[in-house]
Structures are given as structure tokens and as C-alpha cells.
Design a protein around this ligand. Sequence first.
Ligand code: ATP
Ligand code: MG
Length: 628
Amino acid sequence: MQKLREFHRQSIEDRENFWRRESQHIHWETPFHKVLDYSNPPFARWFVGGKTNLCYNAVDRWLPTQADKPALIWVSTEVDQEVIYTRADLAREVNAAAAILRGLGVRKGDRVLVYMPMIPEAAFIMLACARIGAIHSVVFGGFASHNLAQRIDDARPKVVVSADAGSRAGKAIPYKPLLDQAMKTSQHPPKSVLLVNRGLVKFDPVAGRDLDYATLRARYDGAEEPVEWLESSDPSYILYTSGTTGNPKGVQRDTGGYAVAMVASMRYIFGGKPGDTYLCTSDIGWAVGHSYVVYGPLLNGQATVMYEGLPTRPDGAILWKMVEKYRANAMFTAPTAIRVLKKHDPALLKKHDLSSLQTLYLAGEPLDEPTAVWISESLGKPVIDNYWQTETGWPILSAQPGVEVVPTKFGSPSFPVFGYDVRVVDESTGEDLGPNDKGVVAIVPPLPPGAMSTIWGDDERFVRTYFSAIPNRTLYSTFDWGLYDDDGYWFILGRTDDVINVAGHRLGTREIEESLNSHSAVAESAVVGVRDALKGQVAVGFAVLKDPAAFEGGQAQADLENDIKRVIEERIGAVARPARIHFVGALPKTRSGKVLRRAIVALCEGRDPGDLTTIEDPSALEQIKDSL
Ligand code: ATP
Ligand code: MG
């Protein structure tokens, strides 16, 4: 672990030299004169005075060596299409898109809201914005009009780019009516809407407002749009956090720091090199999609696979089929996708030649040990759990095989990543805790390059939200609860909001879920802390069974409940023994696959579940209600 330790130490103690060295992997039109300006904490400005451009670095810079090599591989099992764009094709599309936006009056610093399905035009528009210095704000295509209107009002875009429809499980999902509704309720609707017409649903364009992408694309074919060189700290995009805690924050990202961090993360965490192929299944509406579908791979000269579809359609082998076909070297997905696949035939994993694949990366929620064991054994490849947030834009904790390969531990996202001075602190004193002590995971500022610069339009909220939560010290709070063990491996135990206090014992929900999932009958589970007159709080579990039919009837369920409680008691102790375990068919999740614990707690405590606009399947919440 010597190399990894030294790499991390240098990134913190000799910050300037470390990042000066990493900054050389991108093109600077004008060199920076200072690596870091931290004169106004906690606001950090990286690579001060340097001028660069994300689009130039992702597209133009690779044209001399990779013009005819795949850059963007689009696969849709929704509409049964595959298109491979070489770097030259990508340049052509991005230039045309940039010309369209400029034609609509979009200039440096203007916002463009992107409300689109997983189609190549979404990536073209993001890169086109970067090219002309416009700030994109991608809103997940599954959001309804209320969420969309809120984000329009916060970002005040000059143009909205959208499509007639998305598609899910082969069914068209119209976007246009939601968009029209949002434009009506918004206080600041933009004048122009640019629409990609996929021909999935019929719609009525609004005269004078709605413009057809293909028509304009044809008009500007062959356009060569000059690059707008941006100062390193100029914003590149706004992206809202997933809203799991019901309070999305508009994360503002810079330009130069992000470019440098993206390339560094591709090299050292994802083991990527120019010419490699990267497959990330995230939607572009999430942080993972921004960093690891669009920017990271392209900035590092890699090809990226953009996938529109489910991991189970046409069958549970589709992800592996893509790995084989495009010779992907790394794959990035969410634990929830793997848990879904776990319910399918393991033989599907053996159907395809996965020899190109070096590592599978998983992030976004806790990776429970049974799932980690299952997938790493089935694949026979390293599986790397990485932990981060929309706010940081790239991993905080992760193995870094590009620096040094060291063993991983199941259930642990390994070590702090270079650039992050991560601590576990006592929530009431703010003091650093030692090995095995549970506390709040915090970062000593300045945040590294690429992490959020502020909350869009609200510096004060940025400071108040993230830097004032820990007493006696100015630290960035992740609002996650965790520990590191004697060997320096970190464990995330849940969100600070979800920590359960049972008769004075502090338990992360994750710890109990981990034990619950270890029971052979359980596919997945959620554990929440529910107010209790006697004990303060008690743990209540909700479990989805692998084979519900095997436990029909009251007695079978009661026996199973007791058996699971016994397992939890044996593994953690009597304090962790849930008061109840309810069996449900599905867990309520956000559209990004995270369990909506706050809504479950509310139902358990007889309260209103609150804002549910980010929920994937409302019937899952009904099941929770019915089970109580
Ligand atoms: P919001 O902040 O709006 O409530 P959110 O926190 O779900 O939503 P994201 O930024 O998408 O929004 O998610 C980051 C959070 O996801 C982390 O703070 C952590 O709680 C969880 N998380 C991400 N990766 C991991 C991981 N590898 N292990 C455990 N938890 C993870
Ligand atoms: Mg969060």
C-alpha cells in the first residue's frame, strides 16, 4: 500500500505540485498562474488565470490521433438501434449543435436546460454548451413537470432542449406534455424550445417557440464553431443532487478543475487510457452520467458507450453482451442493477466473452456484501465500490488500481482518493475519531478540483449547508456516517439522518441491512429508525424475498421473521434486533435507485411521506403502507 499512501499524502501535503503535475494532461489555451487560490474559504479557485474548454479537450484535442476511432457508441434496446460516432463524427455533431445554440442567441454564461432521454443529441448539446461557454443544466428525463418547472426557475435558461419522448421497457414515455406543463407553471419560461423528434409520439409544436432539431441540424451541417476559452473557475454546469433527502441542491461545477479531476480519475481510479472503451450505465441526468458517460471518458481520449435501456431487457445478459461487442475495458453501474441481475440466471454471465473487461465499478448506494460477493465470484474480476456525491463530481473513497493494486474488502469502498483529506469526526465535538469509531464523514477544505464551487446563485446556502454542520470546525460534511478500520479501509454506514439511536446506541441503518441481506431468503432490504416511546427509536426492517412463494402464510412468515432477527442479533447484537420485519414485493426508490428511507419512516410514524416526485414506483410505497 506504500505507493497509494504516498500518492495520497502528496496530494494533500504538497497540493500545488500534485495538481500542477495532473493539470498537464489537459490542454490549456492560456496557462494558469496559480494552482490554488484559497484566500476566501471555503471557496476554492483552482488553476487561477488558466483558460481552457471542456469541449475542446473532449473532442478537438483527440482529432489528430483518433478522428476515425469510435468516440460515442450509442446503444438503445428501447428502439433497437446502435450508432457509432467517431471522434470526427462527434466533432461534426457538436459543432452543428453549437451553431444551433448560438443561432438561438445563446452566449457565454447563458444557461441551457437539457430535459432529454438517453439519446446522442443529449451528449451533443452538453458538449456544444461547453464549447460556447453556456452552462448546461441537465434535468433527469424521468422527472415530472413540477420538478422541471422548479429547475427552470432556478436556472433561468435561455433555451430548453428536449425530445418528443423517452422509452422504457419498450413503451414510449411522452416528454412533451410534461415540458409544456412546466413551461406554463414556470415563472421564467425561456422563449425557445429545441425538440428532437424521435417519432415515438405525436405532438403539437407550439408555434414561434418549438423548433425542430433535425431541421436546424441540417441547416448548420458542416459548421465550424470557434471555441470559447473559459477561465478555469467559470461555471461549466449546474446539476441538482438526487433529492433522496427531499432537498435538491443546484451544484455548480467549474471548468478547469473539473477537466483535470476527470482525467486524473479516469487514469488512477478507472485505469483508463486513450483508445479504451468505457461503459457506464448511468442516466446523463445524474452526476455519474455527467462525469462517466460524457466528460471523463471523452476527456481522457476514450470511447464511451451510452446505453438507453434496462439491464434486464431483452434479457439479463445485455450489459455483458455490450462489453463483449465493444470490448469495454471497464464498466460502471449501480448496485441496484446488480441486485436485479442477481435474481436472473447466473449462466447469463458466462454467455459472453468478457476478456476485455478489467474491472467493474459500482457506486451510488451501499454495496452490500452478499451482492459484492455474488458479482465478483460470478464475474471473476475485481469489483470496486466507490463512494461519492453529486457535490464532489468524482469519487471520495475508492480503490485506485491506476496508482497501485491493493486488496479490497467486501463492503468497503477502500481508501480516501487523492485530493480528499477525509476524516471521521464526532458529531457533537467535531473532533477527529480514530479507527473503528463511528462518526460523520467529513472533508477538510479546500475541496479538490472538480468538486462543487458553490450552490448555483446561493453562496450563502453553500456555506451554511455544507460547512456549518460540524461543530467547532469548518469542515465539509458529507452527511454520511462511517468509520475506517485498523487497516485504513473505510465503511459507509448510512446517512447521518438515518442513524438509529436505540437506547443510547448509535447504529447506521446500513449495518442492520447488511446483516438482514446476509439471510439466504432475502434479496434486498431497507431498515429505518422509527420513534418509540420506550427506547427512543427502534429499527424496523422491510425485506424483499428472493422467492416469496416459499414463505406463503402467516406461520411461515413469522418463522422467517424470527429467523432473520436471530441472524441480526448474532451478527451485531441485541440492540440492533429490529422491532418488526415486514415482507414487501418492492422497496420505494428514487429514480436513481436509492431507497427513500425518509418516506418509509414517515409512514411508519403515521406521518405524511412528503415530496414524492422523485419516486420510481409509487405502488412500492403502497405496499409498505399495507404491510404496517
Ligand atoms: P440529496 O442530496 O438530494 O438528498 P442524494 O444524496 O441521494 O440526494 P447523490 O449525490 O446522488 O444524491 O448521492 C450521494 C449519496 O449516495 C452519498 O452521500 C451516499 O449517501 C450515497 N452513496 C453514494 N455512493 C455510495 C457508496 N459507494 N456506498 C454507500 N453510499 C453511497
Ligand atoms: Mg446528498
